[in-house]
Ligand binder design. Structure first.
Ligand code: TYD
Length: 136
Protein backbone atom coordinates (compact mmCIF):
# COMPACT_ATOMS: atom_id res chain seq x y z
CA UNK A 1 0.00 0.00 0.00
CA UNK A 2 1.27 3.46 -0.90
CA UNK A 3 2.28 5.56 2.09
CA UNK A 4 3.07 9.26 2.34
CA UNK A 5 6.77 8.41 2.61
CA UNK A 6 6.55 7.10 -0.99
CA UNK A 7 5.99 10.76 -1.99
CA UNK A 8 9.55 11.90 -2.44
CA UNK A 9 10.87 15.33 -3.21
CA UNK A 10 14.07 15.16 -5.22
CA UNK A 11 16.61 17.75 -6.27
CA UNK A 12 16.68 17.99 -10.06
CA UNK A 13 19.94 18.95 -11.76
CA UNK A 14 20.69 22.67 -11.66
CA UNK A 15 23.12 24.27 -14.07
CA UNK A 16 23.95 27.62 -12.50
CA UNK A 17 24.86 30.33 -14.95
CA UNK A 18 25.27 34.08 -14.72
CA UNK A 19 22.92 34.31 -17.71
CA UNK A 20 20.20 32.47 -15.77
CA UNK A 21 19.97 29.03 -14.21
CA UNK A 22 18.84 25.93 -16.07
CA UNK A 23 17.12 22.78 -14.76
CA UNK A 24 16.04 19.75 -16.76
CA UNK A 25 14.05 16.55 -16.38
CA UNK A 26 14.90 13.30 -18.18
CA UNK A 27 12.13 10.74 -18.38
CA UNK A 28 13.74 7.53 -17.28
CA UNK A 29 16.30 9.23 -15.04
CA UNK A 30 14.24 11.55 -12.83
CA UNK A 31 10.64 10.51 -13.38
CA UNK A 32 9.84 6.90 -12.37
CA UNK A 33 7.14 6.39 -15.02
CA UNK A 34 6.61 6.99 -18.72
CA UNK A 35 5.44 10.59 -19.23
CA UNK A 36 2.17 10.56 -21.20
CA UNK A 37 0.88 14.06 -20.42
CA UNK A 38 1.98 17.44 -19.14
CA UNK A 39 -0.32 20.13 -17.77
CA UNK A 40 0.18 23.28 -15.75
CA UNK A 41 -1.76 25.32 -13.26
CA UNK A 42 -1.28 29.09 -13.11
CA UNK A 43 -3.08 32.36 -12.27
CA UNK A 44 -4.28 30.81 -9.01
CA UNK A 45 -6.05 33.50 -6.93
CA UNK A 46 -4.76 34.01 -3.39
CA UNK A 47 -6.19 31.51 -0.90
CA UNK A 48 -7.39 29.04 -3.56
CA UNK A 49 -6.37 25.42 -3.66
CA UNK A 50 -6.31 22.84 -6.45
CA UNK A 51 -6.45 19.10 -6.40
CA UNK A 52 -8.11 17.57 -3.41
CA UNK A 53 -8.37 14.13 -5.01
CA UNK A 54 -6.50 10.88 -5.60
CA UNK A 55 -5.97 8.81 -8.74
CA UNK A 56 -6.68 5.10 -8.90
CA UNK A 57 -3.68 4.32 -11.14
CA UNK A 58 -2.16 7.58 -12.31
CA UNK A 59 1.19 8.81 -11.03
CA UNK A 60 2.41 12.38 -11.13
CA UNK A 61 5.60 14.37 -10.93
CA UNK A 62 5.08 17.94 -9.73
CA UNK A 63 7.38 20.95 -10.18
CA UNK A 64 6.97 24.58 -9.08
CA UNK A 65 8.39 26.11 -12.25
CA UNK A 66 7.87 29.57 -10.83
CA UNK A 67 6.87 30.82 -7.37
CA UNK A 68 5.89 28.34 -4.69
CA UNK A 69 3.05 26.24 -3.28
CA UNK A 70 2.58 23.37 -0.85
CA UNK A 71 1.52 19.84 -1.71
CA UNK A 72 -0.43 18.12 1.05
CA UNK A 73 -0.29 14.34 0.68
CA UNK A 74 -2.45 11.89 2.59
CA UNK A 75 -2.36 8.08 2.53
CA UNK A 76 -5.60 7.64 4.48
CA UNK A 77 -3.77 7.35 7.78
CA UNK A 78 -1.22 10.14 7.78
CA UNK A 79 -0.76 13.49 6.09
CA UNK A 80 2.23 15.67 5.44
CA UNK A 81 2.88 18.95 3.68
CA UNK A 82 5.72 19.17 1.18
CA UNK A 83 6.70 22.71 0.20
CA UNK A 84 7.76 23.20 -3.42
CA UNK A 85 9.59 26.51 -3.36
CA UNK A 86 12.55 25.93 -5.70
CA UNK A 87 12.41 25.48 -9.48
CA UNK A 88 14.76 22.48 -9.15
CA UNK A 89 12.56 20.46 -6.76
CA UNK A 90 10.47 17.63 -8.18
CA UNK A 91 7.87 15.66 -6.24
CA UNK A 92 6.75 12.17 -7.21
CA UNK A 93 3.20 11.35 -6.10
CA UNK A 94 2.29 7.68 -6.69
CA UNK A 95 -1.23 6.45 -7.34
CA UNK A 96 -3.72 6.14 -4.46
CA UNK A 97 -2.37 9.12 -2.56
CA UNK A 98 -4.78 11.96 -1.79
CA UNK A 99 -3.12 15.23 -2.79
CA UNK A 100 -4.01 18.87 -2.57
CA UNK A 101 -2.08 21.89 -3.85
CA UNK A 102 -2.35 24.97 -1.63
CA UNK A 103 -0.68 28.22 -0.50
CA UNK A 104 0.12 29.33 -4.04
CA UNK A 105 2.34 32.40 -4.21
CA UNK A 106 1.60 35.18 -6.67
CA UNK A 107 2.56 34.10 -10.19
CA UNK A 108 3.17 30.47 -9.19
CA UNK A 109 3.29 28.03 -12.10
CA UNK A 110 2.77 24.36 -11.27
CA UNK A 111 3.93 21.87 -13.90
CA UNK A 112 2.55 18.34 -13.59
CA UNK A 113 3.88 15.38 -15.58
CA UNK A 114 1.47 12.47 -15.58
CA UNK A 115 1.66 8.78 -16.44
CA UNK A 116 -1.59 8.69 -18.47
CA UNK A 117 -3.95 10.90 -20.49
CA UNK A 118 -6.76 12.71 -18.66
CA UNK A 119 -9.52 10.32 -17.62
CA UNK A 120 -12.20 11.47 -15.19
CA UNK A 121 -13.01 7.87 -14.18
CA UNK A 122 -9.47 7.56 -12.87
CA UNK A 123 -10.15 10.15 -10.14
CA UNK A 124 -11.30 9.52 -6.58
CA UNK A 125 -12.86 12.83 -5.58
CA UNK A 126 -14.55 11.77 -2.33
CA UNK A 127 -12.19 11.51 0.64
CA UNK A 128 -14.41 8.95 2.38
CA UNK A 129 -14.32 6.70 -0.71
CA UNK A 130 -10.54 7.13 -0.83
CA UNK A 131 -10.09 6.09 2.82
CA UNK A 132 -12.40 3.09 2.29
CA UNK A 133 -10.32 1.99 -0.74
CA UNK A 134 -7.11 2.30 1.24
CA UNK A 135 -8.47 0.14 4.04
CA UNK A 136 -9.69 -2.61 1.67
P1 TYD B 1 -8.88 18.67 -12.21
O1 TYD B 1 -7.79 17.68 -12.35
O2 TYD B 1 -10.19 18.20 -11.67
O3 TYD B 1 -8.32 19.88 -11.32
P2 TYD B 1 -8.61 20.21 -9.79
O4 TYD B 1 -8.66 18.92 -9.05
O5 TYD B 1 -7.47 21.08 -9.38
O6 TYD B 1 -9.91 20.94 -9.77
O7 TYD B 1 -9.11 19.38 -13.60
C1 TYD B 1 -10.07 20.42 -13.76
C2 TYD B 1 -10.77 20.25 -15.08
O8 TYD B 1 -9.83 20.41 -16.16
C3 TYD B 1 -11.36 18.86 -15.25
O9 TYD B 1 -12.73 18.89 -14.97
C4 TYD B 1 -11.12 18.52 -16.70
C5 TYD B 1 -10.04 19.44 -17.16
N1 TYD B 1 -8.75 18.74 -17.43
C6 TYD B 1 -8.50 18.29 -18.70
O10 TYD B 1 -9.33 18.41 -19.62
N2 TYD B 1 -7.29 17.70 -18.97
C7 TYD B 1 -6.34 17.54 -18.02
O11 TYD B 1 -5.24 17.01 -18.30
C8 TYD B 1 -6.63 17.97 -16.68
C9 TYD B 1 -5.64 17.80 -15.57
C10 TYD B 1 -7.84 18.57 -16.44
Amino acid sequence: MRKIDDCRRIDLPKVPDERGNLTFIEGSRHVPFEIRRAYWIYDVPGGEFRGGHAYRELEEFIVALSGSFDVEVDDGRERKVIPLNRSYYGLHVPSLIWRRLENFSTNAVCLILASAPYLEQGYIRDHGVFVAEKLK
